[in-house]
Design a binder for this molecule. Structure first.
Ligand code: MSP
Length: 530
C-alpha cells in the first residue's frame, strides 16, 4: 500500500512556534534541541530534511507584554526574535526555516486558508462566554481551573471572564472523522499516554471553538468582518504551512504544500497537545488537506515540581548554562537524563555528575588512553586487523554489531535516553575490556597480534559511539573523529549522506586500519563541582 509519508525521501519536522512574550528559556530550548537532534539523525540517514522553527507573535499575550514595556508590538517582537536566533546559534541548532507569524506572506496563507474553511461553511458567528487564560491563549472549562480561578499551568495568573461575539469553527462537525482517523492511524499521537488523553477528550464530545477576537488589535483582520481579528492559535498553526514556502515563491497554499507537505513530525510540549492533535487536524480536514504523520508531546522541565516558564518566572537561563558548560553538555544532559515524554526536574549537581561520568570519564578517558597507546605502540596509526576474523563473541564486536539498529530504533521512537544508554554500554564495556586485557602487558610480553586486536576494537567502538551520538553531541563527535584521523564535520549540513554510507558507518568495523591518528586531547573537560 502506498504511504504518503515514507514513500518520499524527505522529512519535515517542526518545533512549536514560540511566544515572544520574553526571551527564550530552557523549556523552549528543550523542544528545539530534540527537534534538531532528530533532524540531524534523519540527515545522517541520507534523507532530505526541512526543520522548521519560529515565533508566534500575535495575540493578547504579546500585545499586553509590549504595552507593559511601553513598546510598539512589532519592535518588541523583533528584539525577542533576535534572542531566539542567538540562542539557536549558540545551541548549534541547524534549522532550515524560521517562520515569524507577523510575516506578510503568512498573512496571505492564513487568509487563503480561512477562505477555504469559510466556503465549507465551517465558520459562524455566535456568543462566547467563558474563562480565558491569556498565558495559554485558551478558554478553559470550569473543571480545568483551581478553586480561586487560576489556570493550573499558570498558577500566578487569574483567568479572565469573557462574554463577547466571536466567530466559531465547527469543530463538533469533525468529531466522528477525528475518531475514525485516530483509530486508523494509531501512531498519530505519541507517546501512548498522550494519545489516551486526546481520545478521552474527544470522546467526551467536541465543542466548536472561537477563532476570532474583538478586543485584540495585534492580529490579522478577519477577512469577512473587519471588526474582528483572527485568534492567535488559528493563525499560529498555519505558520507550519507558511514555513514550507520557498523564500522567493508566491505565497499560495498550493505552492506551500507542493514539496514538503504533509509534515512528518510536530514536536510539542504536552500543554499544547489539544491544539495539535484535535484542532489542527480538524482545521485541515475542513480545508481538504492531508494530515501530518505524527504529533509527539513531550513532558515539562520542572523546578520544584512546577513547569518552568516565563509566566511563573522560575526558569533557567539557557544562555548562562551554555556559556558555563558548552552546547553539547546542555544537549546531552536534557536528552539523556529526562525520558522524552515525561516530566523531569533540573538539578545542577546532577547535571555536573552526569557530564563528568559519561563524557569526561567514560567516553573521554576511553579514547584518550587508547589513543596514547596507539601512538606509543603503533607509531600513531590505527592498528590494522581483519575485522571479519574477529570472533562474534568478542565483547565489543558483539555489542557493536547490533548497536546501529538498536540506536536507529531508539531515535525513530524519540527515545533519546535509550540512545545514550545503549551507546554507553559499549563505552563501559570498552573500559572494562581494556582493564581486563591490559594492553600495556600485552606489549611487554610481545603479544602483538592480541595487542592489535585490543586497540583496534576499542578505537573502532569509540568511532561508532561518536557517529551514533553525533546528532546529540556534534562537537564532541567531531573532536573524536578528528583524533581518529578523519576529516568529517558533523556540523556540515550540506555534507552528502546516503543510506548506504549510513549503513556502512553504523557497522562495527568501519575504521580503516593504518589511518594516521590525531593527537590525543580531552574531548570534554571535567567540570569541578561548585
Ligand atoms: N505559541 C505557542 C505554540 C504555537 S505552535 C503553532 C506556545 N508557545 S510557548 O512559547 O508558550 O511554548 C512553546 C513550547 O515550549 C511548548 O511546546 C511548551 O510545552 C514548551 N515549553 C514551555 N515551557 C516548558 C517547560 N518548562 N518544559 C518543557 N517544555 C516547555 O505554546
Amino acid at each position: 500500500m502506498k504511504n504518503m509519508y515514507t514513500d518520499k525521501n524527505t522529512f519535515a519536522i517542526t518545533t512549536p512556534l514560540y511566544y515572544v512574550n520574553d526571551l527564550p528559556h530552557i523549556g523552549s530550548a528543550y523542544t528545539t534541541i530534540a527537534a534538531d537532534t532528530l533532524a540531524r539523525f534523519q540527515r545522517l540517514q541520507g534523507r532530505s530534511v526541512l526543520m522548521i522553527t519560529g515565533t508566534d507573535e500575535h495575540g493578547q499575550k504579546i500585545q499586553r507584554t509590549a504595552e507593559n514595556k511601553g513598546r510598539n508590538p512589532k519592535e518588541h517582537c523583533d528584539s525577542v526574535v533576535r534572542g531566539f536566533e542567538s540562542l539557536w546559534e549558540q545551541l548549534n541548532i541547524q534549522y532550515d526555516r524560521f517562520i515569524r507569524t507577523t510575516a506578510p506572506n503568512h498573512e496571505k496563507i492564513v487568509k487563503e486558508f480561512f477562505q477555504r474553511v469559510w466556503e465549507k461553511e465551517d465558520i459562524y458567528l455566535s456568543q462566547q462566554k467563558g474563562w480565558y487564560c491569556v498565558s495559554c491563549e485558551e478558554f478553559k472549562e470550569e473543571r480545568e481551573l483551581t478553586e480561586d480561578k487560576h489556570c493550573v499551568i499558570h498558577t500566578n495568573q487569574k483567568v479572565e471572564w469573557r462574554d463577547e461575539q466571536n466567530y466559531f469553527f465547527r469543530l463538533s462537525r469533525y468529531q466522528e472523522r477525528l475518531q475514525a482517523f485516530y483509530q486508523d492511524r494509531q501512531e498519530f499521537i505519541q507517546p501512548q499516554s498522550r494519545r489516551n488523553e486526546v481520545l478521552s477528550f474527544v470522546n467526551q464530545g467536541l465543542q466548536d471553538f472561537s477563532i476570532s477576537r474583538v478586543n485584540v488589535d495585534w492580529a490579522f483582520k478577519l477577512p469577512v468582518d473587519s471588526s474582528h481579528t483572527i485568534y492567535v492559535w488559528f493563525d499560529a498553526l498555519l505558520g507550519y504551512v507558511t514555513a514550507l514556502l520557498d523564500p522567493d515563491s508566491e505565497p499560495t497554499l498550493e505552492n506551500a504544500l507542493s514539496k514538503w507537505w504533509p509534515i512528518n513530525l510536530h514536536l510539542i510540549g504536552k500543554d499544547i497537545l489539544r491544539f495539535h492533535a484535535v484542532y489542527w487536524p480538524a482545521m485541515l480536514m475542513s480545508a481538504d488537506l492531508p494530515l501530518p504523520e505524527r504529533v509527539f508531546g513531550h513532558g515539562f522541565l520542572t523546578k520544584d515540581g512546577k513547569k518552568m516558564g516565563k509566566s511563573l518566572n522560575n526558569t533557567l537561563d539557557p544562555f548562562e548554562l551554555i556559556q558555563k558548560y558548552g552546547s553539547d553538555a546542555v544537549r546531552y544532559y536534557f536528552l539523556k537524563e529526562i525520558e522524552f515524554g515525561v516530566d523531569g526536574d533540573f538539578n545542577e549537581n546532577r547535571f555536573i555528575n552526569v557530564l563528568n561520568a559519561d563524557l569526561a570519564n567514560d567516553l573521554g578517558n576511553l579514547l584518550n588512553r587508547t589513543l596514547k597507546m596507539a601512538h606509543k605502540y603503533f607509531n600513531g596509526q590505527i592498528p590494522k586487523i581483519n575485522v571479519q576474523e574477529v570472533e562474534v563473541t568478542h565483547p565489543l564486536k558483539k555489542i557493536g554489531m547490533g548497536l546501529g539498529e538498536k540506536v536507529t530504533q531508539a531515535y525513530t521512537s524519540l527515545d533519546f535516553s535509550q540512545v545514550c544508554e545503549a551507546v554507553l554500554i559499549l563505552v563501559r564495556t570498552g573500559n572494562k575490556y581494556i582493564d581486563e586485557t591490559a594492553p600495556w602487558s600485552l606489549y611487554k610480553q610481545g603479544q602483538l597480534e592480541a595487542l592489535t586486536e585490543v586497540l583496534y576494537s576499542v578505537l573502532e567502538s569509540v568511532r561508532l559511539v561518536a557517529y551514533l551520538l553525533s546528532p546529540i553531541i556534534p562537537n564532541i563527535s567531531n573532536a573524536i573523529y578528528q583524533q581518529l584521523g578523519f576529516s568529517n564535520n558533523f556540523n556540515d549540513k550540506s555534507a552528502i549522506n546516503s543510506s548506504e554510507t549510513f549503513v556502512k558507518q553504523v557497522s562495527w568495523g568501519a575504521l580503516p586500519g593504518n589511518q594516521l591518528l590525531g593527537q590525543p586531547q580531552p574531548i570534554f573537560q571535567r567540570i569541578d563541582m561548585i
